[in-house]
Each structure stands twice: as C-alpha cells, then as structure tokens.
Design a protein around this ligand. Structure first.
Ligand SMILES: Nc1nc2c(c(=O)[nH]1)N[C@H]1C(S)=C(S)[C@@H](COP(=O)(O)O)O[C@H]1N2
Ligand SMILES: [Mo]
Length: 196
C-alpha cells in the first residue's frame, strides 16, 4: 500500500498543519491517557507510563482529505496493539474512538475506527518523526505533541487524532468529530470515501 497516490490526491514533500481549535500546551502533571468503554477495568496512564511501553518505528503514508498526500514519513511511537494489551476488551467490541483535545476539552475531538485493521506497525501513537534531513525531532505542538495518533494509509488523516487523550472501546460504530459533520465513517482514500 506504500507510495500509492489515491485518486484525487497530489504528493507534497512538506508536512502541512490542519486542525480545529487551540493548540494544546503539554503539562505532564495533568496529562493522562484513558482506556475506557467496553473493558473489564479502565486503565489510566501518565506520560511516563506511556513512554515505558515498547516503541515502534515505521514509515507511514498520510492522505489528507484536503487532497495532499505525504509518503513514507518515519515516525516513532507506541503501536495501538501495545495499548490494547493493557486492558481486557469485552466480547463484541468492533470499533474504537480515539479522543483528543479540542479547545481545552480533553475529549472534545474524536475519530472512530474499526479495531481490526489497527494491529500493525502502521497504527501508531507518535511523539517523534524523522525530518527532511533525516534528523529525529519531537513532533511540534501543532502536529499533536506530546502524543498523536497516525492511522494506517487506508484511512484519511482526520482519523489521526492530535493531542490524544484516550481510547474508547465500542460494540458498534459511532461518528466522531468530522463524521458528525458529514465526513465518511470508513474514510478509505483509495475508494475516495470523503463524505457520507
Ligand atoms: N485533536 C485534533 N486532532 C486532529 C484534528 C483536530 O482538529 N483536532 N484535525 C484532524 C485533521 S482534519 C487532519 S487533516 C490532521 C492534520 O494533521 P497535521 O496537521 O499533522 O498534518 O489532524 C487531524 N487530527
Ligand atoms: Mo483534515
């Protein structure tokens, strides 16, 4: 799937910035990540807990619904599957919502996704990336520092919640921030699923 340009997209070398609302300012004392919903017992992680999890480095293509695509950016972060290991997920869970900050509300932004395609190295909660000069950099606050989800290339990038704060496990699909406003639930760029 890597280095394929979906229909209606163009390739860009730089990494544009797009979001709604204020940029979250990281405060490690108050920052928490919550795993909740259909689980036997909720889990709450501090940033130190998060950084103690096994890390993954991988190159991921990003496809934004505003038509830019950026190929093969190398990221470092925590794979979705590592977080799923921390809770006992109830039978019948099919979807998750990835929550993040919106104007100071830690659960104000969200994006819904099916769980099944998120088990690989291309579904990452990132904090670092390799820039154009191949130097490792922390991601900037505008790209979602201290923790930002990057979805597999088979989903448009709005599914990539910045300033991520939690994961909710769901027994049915449920629209998130952009999906409520008319964007696609499934959001596959290769099928040009932009709106619903
Ligand atoms: N918390 C939060 N995450 C968000 C958004 C947002 O408004 N709030 N916008 C999404 C959209 S629409 C896009 S296209 C990508 C853009 O990511 P980038 O600015 O790092 O390229 O972030 C996504 N993640
Ligand atoms: Mo977007």
């Amino acid at each position: 799937m890597e280095n394929q340009l979906p229909p209606g997209q163009f390739e860009t070398e730089n990494w544009p910035i797009l979001h709604q609302g204020d940029v979250y300012e990281f405060n490690e004392d108050t920052w928490r990540f919550r795993l909740f919903g259909n689980v036997d017992k909720e889990a709450v992680l501090t940033y130190a807990d998060m950084l103690n999890l096994p890390t993954t480095i991988s190159a991921i293509d990003m496809h934004c619904v505003t038509t830019w695509s950026k190929f093969g950016t190398v990221f470092e972060g925590i794979a979705m599957r590592e977080l799923l290991n921390l809770v006992d997920i109830k039978d019948g869970v099919t979807h998750i919502k990835v929550y993040g900050y919106y104007n100071g509300d830690p659960f104000g932004y969200s994006a819904n996704l099916p769980i099944e395609p998120l088990m690989g190295d291309d579904a990452l909660f990132i904090y670092r990336w390799k820039d154009e000069k191949h130097d490792w950099q922390d991601i900037t606050p505008k790209h979602g520092y201290p923790l930002r989800f990057i979805p597999p290339a088979s989903f448009y990038l709005w599914k990539g919640t910045k300033w991520a704060t939690g994961l909710r496990f769901m027994k049915q699909d449920e629209a998130g921030f952009w999906e409520e406003l008319g964007y696609s639930m499934t959001a596959n760029p290769f099928k040009e699923e932009r709106y619903r």
